[in-house]
Structure formats: C-alpha cells, structure tokens
Design a protein around this ligand. Sequence first.
Ligand SMILES: [Zn+2]
Length: 54
Amino acid sequence: MTKGTSSMGKKSGKKNMIYCRRCGFRKYHIRKNKCASCGYGRSAKLRSYSWQKK
Ligand SMILES: [Zn+2]
C-alpha cells in the first residue's frame, strides 16, 4: 500500500464507529465498546482531560 490518496479507498467498508447514545457523536467504538468522545462504556462520568480545550 502506498501513501496518499491511493490508499484512502481502502478505508471504506468496515465501520468501527457508530453513533454514541450519550453524546450523539459517531465516536462509539463497536469492538472496544466505548465512546472516544464522551467515554460512554468506560466510565459513568463524561470523558474529560485537563489538557483539552473547551
Ligand atoms: Zn459518546
């Protein structure tokens, strides 16, 4: 596989992310069973870090 546009076509097909039922973003990882955006499935509280911008 090469770098650049030619390899981007292989990104379609499998989908790992679905819409999160808590934050509404398409960040819920099916295989990991957790949301990358709000942390749903990982913790009861919202995912937040001190370094993240508001
Ligand atoms: Zn979420």
